[in-house]
Design a protein. Structure first.
Length: 202
């Protein structure tokens, strides 16, 4: 049997120790403010910014990771009954445009991920993220996961419109990925409540 070794992970910019949880794909150095993506056990630079708390709440304030997926979305055709209005591209009946998908990168039930992801995406909840020297934990999903979840959020938004959709043809072309730390309050019931829109997740 091979020996199991624990290796201390240090920031490549300032040599400070980094907190890495099991299955983390992103780590953030709160000492120097640099983010890193873990790729094949190597640290690759990744832009990391944070949302400011806007909603007051009780409990410990913690920062959890989101992927910001900047994409160009084009709807080629949409077969449905009843009228529809696009609220994704910033204008009625527009069928293409740039969209910033907010994809939760830590585990939660699918309905919670859908609820907070759709609300953040439609409202562009954090248009001007900032740099903070805070700890961010629980970054479980990779870029590949983020792209799939962004597509799920897009289809959820389309499915919840007033018309009855029968078929849709579309393309989602990802232009870039960024990381966003979102503040949450730890609730007495064990759930998390985000400090930007006030949405509670399991």
């Amino acid at each position: 049997m091979e020996d199991f070794k624990l290796i201390a992970v240090k920031c490549k910019s300032c040599d400070s120790g980094l907190t890495v949880e099991m299955n983390d794909s992103i780590v953030y150095c709160s000492s120097c403010g640099n983010g890193w993506e873990i790729v094949n056990d190597e640290l690759v630079p990744m832009e990391v910014n944070f949302a400011a708390p806007l909603v007051k709440g009780d409990g410990e304030l913690v920062y959890k990771g989101f992927w910001l997926v900047d994409a160009f979305v084009k709807i080629h055709s949409r077969d449905s009954s009843g009228g529809w209005i696009s609220n994704l591209f910033g204008g009625a009946n527009k069928t293409e445009g740039d969209v910033k998908f907010y994809v939760p990168a830590f585990w939660m039930p699918i309905e919670s991920a859908k609820n907070i992801g759709v609300n953040y995406t439609l409202k562009n909840a954090v248009p001007s993220p900032q740099k903070y020297n805070v700890k961010m934990t629980g970054f479980n999903f990779s870029k590949e996961d983020a792209k799939k979840i962004a597509e799920f959020l897009f289809l959820s938004i389309e499915a919840e419109k007033n018309d009855t959709i029968r078929n849709i043809s579309y393309d989602i072309n990802v232009k870039s990925y960024q990381v966003l730390g979102v503040p949450f309050y730890k609730q007495p019931n064990g759930r998390l409540k985000d400090a930007v829109l006030g949405i509670e997740v399991a």
